[in-house]
Design a protein around this ligand. Structure first.
Ligand SMILES: O=C[C@H](O)[C@@H](O)CC(=O)C(=O)O
Ligand SMILES: [Zn+2]
Length: 280
């Protein structure tokens, strides 16, 4: 398990490229036949990269033992959201079996047990991206198909930021303790996400970029609004963004990303937008 620590904005000003990448970026979350786990001390968010091959089932309990989390099983005091970025997947739990097509999502509430993952298509393995945060109430498990996600159209081609936001774990779709999750798809010819940039003091955010071809990159912008830095991000890499940091990106071509938020509220519109004149 990879552990990422908190960073202070005053320290972050002095980070060089290597140190920035160590603190904010996870380069290799997905490996075929494996479950990879990243533990961030920011809001105790856990990111999981789960890539079952079609021959074997991957069980969460085999990777996350009692010692790593101090509980009898992973979701004893946590909730989790999963979005499938690959081929069809089956997720089995003691509470039920769920089939996820490409870009379907699943919410697993507190106390869900015996979770395992498998791929249905031998040619096209499932790529399951999970986020988990502490939870103190049990809400029902729920499959949210791509078509059922709440759609929001933002930006314009003239501003190179036309994009569709798909909200899966959102208060209008289902109740969760704190986790919110969605996926943003940029239209062809659009390259900017989340500009004008914002912060949200009460929530951290995680960005998992995908649909980036090998010869393309995204420049992810972070830092305090008056002390911005960038990290070059490639396909299926994860950025952890503390609440004081902007989180925005510009690609060499259109791309997609999964965003997830955790913290003390789920009020999407309490963001502090940064005026373009104030960015530095
Ligand atoms: O606080 C909200 C998150 O940053 C994302 O919803 C932003 C996003 O997906 C976008 O603007 O494209
Ligand atoms: Zn945000």
């Amino acid at each position: 398990m990879k552990v990422l620590h908190n960073m202070h904005p005053n320290d972050t000003k002095h980070y060089d490229t290597e140190r920035l990448r160590e603190a904010f970026l996870c380069e290799e979350l997905f490996q075929l036949g494996k479950i990879n786990v990243v533990y961030s001390h920011i809001d105790r968010l856990v990111a999981l990269g789960i890539m079952p091959n079609s021959q074997e089932t991957l069980s969460l309990d085999e990777v996350i033992d009692k010692k790593s989390f101090g509980t009898d099983f992973f979701l004893q005091r946590r909730e989790m959201g999963i979005i499938n970025l690959g081929g069809a997947a089956v997720i089995d739990t003691q509470q039920g079996r769920y089939t996820l097509a490409h870009l379907d999502a699943l919410y697993l509430g507190k106390e869900t047990q015996n979770i395992s993952f498998s791929s249905l298509d031998t040619q096209n393995p499932a790529v399951l991206y999970g986020l988990s945060v502490p939870a103190h109430h049990q809400y029902p498990n729920k499959l949210i198909k791509y078509e059922e996600a709440r759609k929001v159209q933002l930006g314009s081609l003239a501003n190179a930021n036309a994009r569709r936001i798909n909200q899966y774990l959102h208060p209008d779709i289902l109740e969760t303790c704190q986790l919110c999750m969605g996926m943003t798809e940029l239209e062809k010819g659009s390259v900017w996400n989340t500009m004008p940039a914002h912060t949200h003091e009460r929530r951290m955010e995680a960005y998992l970029y995908f649909n980036i071809e090998p010869d393309q990159v995204v420049f992810h912008f972070l830092g305090e609004p008056t002390e911005t830095r960038h990290i070059v991000v490639r396909d299926k890499q994860l950025i952890i963004s503390p609440s004081w940091s902007i989180h925005s990106g510009c690609g060499t071509k259109n791309y997609s990303f999964v965003w997830g938020m955790a913290g003390e509220n789920q009020t999407f519109d309490d963001m502090d937008f940064i005026a373009m004149q104030d960015l530095r």
